[in-house]
Write a protein that binds this ligand. Structure first.
Ligand SMILES: [Zn+2]
Length: 248
């Protein structure tokens, strides 16, 4: 039996006019390692922290459209990114300790989650002139309301830290942890560098390997080197692919 090709899905998170410089630099690193014109994804935030509305950033919108025209897959990545809801119990613990308050969709009721998903989809599709690839919640955190809203959202795909699934019916399309880096604290950076170094080898048997980079990564040369080394290593065993390939 012929084995299926192994896929590498690379993504740039928190794409917003606020981080244009960092996103340019990350897109350069990713393109250099995956090959010119190789597919990767961008996770676009419609109004980062309520301070960077995409709708008013015309020049940046033009750039998004150019990236999309070149084959970069665009995902809706929350609306504000920041979590403004009050949590209780386990959700509060998760929000506080795992995300530094960036889990916008963890505490949203279904109605509000559905509205933000629909608004983000409409805004970004209007800018790029084609359907988005899917929805990915900030910090990969989905509350119950977000999960319910997602099923009726019209998005093809969603992902969290451990899997990619078809949004309409929860069918799992890929599994395995995302390799990603933490730039916020020295301790977390150190452990993320270690995990990435191990992941380059440990995750190699997986059919689909995901790598996610963030604007904050550009603040630490050690992370930039690790991203570069990780992509260089994985591209030997996995073909740079599109999330949409998982559906077809
Ligand atoms: Zn994010």
């Amino acid at each position: 039996m012929k084995s299926r090709p192994k896929r590498l899905l690379a993504s740039i998170h928190d794409v917003s006019p606020r981080f244009e410089r960092e996103i340019d630099a990350l897109a350069d690193i990713v393109s250099r390692r995956l090959g010119d014109g190789a597919p990767f994804a961008m996770l676009v935030v419609p109004d980062h922290w309520g301070e960077s509305p995409l709708s008013e950033a015309r020049a940046f919108g033009t750039r998004l459209r150019e990236w999309s025209d070149r084959g970069v897959e665009m995902f809706v990545h929350g609306w504000f990114h920041r979590d403004a809801a009050e949590h209780s119990g386990a959700a509060a613990f998760k929000a506080k300790h795992m995300t530094a308050g960036e889990g916008e969709f963890l505490g949203l009721p279904e109605g509000e989650a559905a509205t933000r998903m629909a608004d983000g989809k409409a805004l970004i599709e209007d800018i790029i002139g084609r359907p988005v690839a899917g929805f990915i919640a900030p910090a990969w955190l989905y509350g119950e309301g977000a999960m319910k809203a997602l099923r009726n959202s019209g998005f093809a795909l969603a992902e969290d830290h451990m899997r990619v699934w078809r949004a309409a019916d929860d069918t799992r399309l890929a599994h395995g942890p995302v390799i990603t880096w933490a730039s916020r604290s020295t301790m977390r950076t150190a452990s993320s560098l270690l995990v990435a170094a191990l992941g380059r080898y440990a995750l190699r048997p997986l059919e689909t390997v995901r790598v996610a980079v963030h604007p904050g990564d550009m603040t630490k040369p050690s992370i930039v080197r690790s991203i570069d080394a990780t992509l260089a290593s994985l591209v030997k065993s996995h073909i740079p692919s599109r999330y949409a390939d998982l559906v077809s």
